[in-house]
Write a protein that binds this ligand. Structure first.
Ligand SMILES: [Zn+2]
Length: 427
């Protein structure tokens, strides 16, 4: 079906995922927020949240339209655009665990298991990829997106990427309160550098929701029900696929049925299908004249059970790629150092000495064992913080500073594992 993105965006809201009893049947764009405990299916509130954000943020529709135009151009010229992508992107992730009860305080082990599921699902290394029907086999994608728990926080300190925070809030909703410390939640880490995942009790049967690219920075990220993590108690949504689905939205994927009857999900290789699927359908399930293969109900962007969704399509993968191309909405993540551990403090034995000080020509750099500090990178800065390129390190642990003007200088020495600061005077 041919539709402009603009009208589509206005017809959609934000994306949330929830198990629900009866509110499915293709009516996701008009969820009321009255969610019930699951009886026969998952539901996601991402579109509902999108609708709310579009209504309160007048510029958001325009931002999304620009992202969509960029995506269309990218997908239309995949060879030229793909050349810019040299391999998978690894996204630093911070997980905010908000708990009111012990059960909600999921373990670091479970969080890591969730990250593992994300990596398997996005790389098509999930064991159940073997269940993909042959008819869809060539459409199944190993995407270019991977995930790693942060090793460095926004202040540069070491972290394991997991925050456990006790809260008085007993259950949350889709109003983004969990993303704000002042409302009992936990503020996002710089959303241009990290994928923020909040894990909490969403209440009202909600499984999760996500914010699309183009939304407000402060609320960017995804929210998932604590019991939806792998090994959780939200069966049949207990294998971590809620996060896979929500991160799919965060990477600009629509529900596979296009949130309308025989709607458009903006992807060419996913068959048009009438509405969301639930449970575990039998292949093929033909709707909207999409035979003989029928609905791609095993796609992560449908509403089937965790055990019955196990693929992204190549077209969906291309939409993700577009976000990381030059100028793309998620391209800033490419230069994040969040997944790289900070340099650790040196131990006593590694302490360096620099002499003679002052000097007019050569500085010797020695370790605590009085051996030349070979393998260390040395940078020299003046008191204004400007690097002095005329000072070069010799491989022998000697620094020639004869080319520097007289004055005080600062040295930064690194060997990939530790960092040291020293000063000297040039005479
Ligand atoms: Zn969804």
């Amino acid at each position: 079906m041919k539709r402009t993105f603009y009208s589509l965006a206005l017809g959609l809201t934000s994306l949330t995922m929830m198990p629900s009893a009866s509110a499915q049947n293709g009516n996701v764009g008009r969820l009321t927020g009255k969610f019930v405990q699951p009886a026969n299916g998952r539901q996601c509130a991402a579109m509902e949240v999108l609708d709310r954000q579009l209504a309160t943020d007048p510029q958001m529709a325009q931002r999304m339209a620009e992202i969509e135009a960029r995506t269309s151009r990218f997908v239309a010229n995949p060879v030229a655009n793909r050349a810019a992508l040299t391999g998978p992107v690894t996204i630093p992730v911070v997980v905010h665990v908000l708990y009111n009860t012990n059960a909600e305080n999921v373990s670091d082990t479970q969080v890591q298991a969730q990250i593992n599921v994300l990596n398997q699902d996005f790389a098509k290394t999930n064991a159940d990829a073997s269940l993909i029907p042959a008819a869809f086999g060539s459409a199944a994608a190993s995407t270019n997106v991977r995930f790693a728990l942060a090793k460095r926080d926004p202040n540069g300190a070491a972290t394991n990427g997991i925050i456990h925070k006790s809260t008085r809030v007993k259950s949350w909703s889709t109003n983004d309160a969990m993303k704000q410390s002042k409302r009992g939640g936990d503020d996002a880490w710089d959303t241009s550098k990290y994928l923020n995942i909040w894990v909490c009790d969403l209440g009202q049967g909600l499984l999760g929701y996500a914010q699309f690219p183009g939304g407000a920075a402060s609320t960017d990220g995804v929210v998932v029900l604590y019991s939806s993590l792998p090994g959780g108690t939200a069966a049949p949504y207990d294998k971590g696929r809620t996060a896979t689905h929500e991160v799919g939205h965060w990477l600009n994927l629509r529900h596979i049925w296009g949130d309308a009857s025989c709607g458009n999900d903006l992807v060419s290789d996913t068959p048009t299908q009438q509405t969301s699927n639930y449970g575990c359908p039998s292949f093929p399930k033909v709707t909207c004249s999409n035979g003989p293969n029928g609905d791609m109900f095993m796609n992560y962007m449908d509403y089937t059970d965790d055990a019955c969704m196990y693929m992204f399509s190549n077209g969906q993968s291309s939409r993700m790629d577009a976000l990381f191309a030059s100028g793309g909405a998620r391209a800033s993540l490419l230069t994040s150092t969040g997944a790289t551990a900070p340099l650790v403090a040196t131990t006593a034995v590694e302490t360096l000495t620099v002499f003679p000080n002052p000097t007019s020509g050569q500085l010797s750099i020695r370790t605590g064992l009085n051996t030349p500090a070979i393998g260390w990178q040395v940078k020299v800065y003046d008191l204004r913080g400007l690097e002095m390129p005329q000072a070069r390190t010799a491989a022998t642990g000697t620094l020639d500073v004869s080319g520097l003007p007289t004055g005080l200088y600062h040295l930064v020495l690194t060997n990939g594992k530790s960092i040291q600061h020293q000063s000297f005077r040039k005479e």
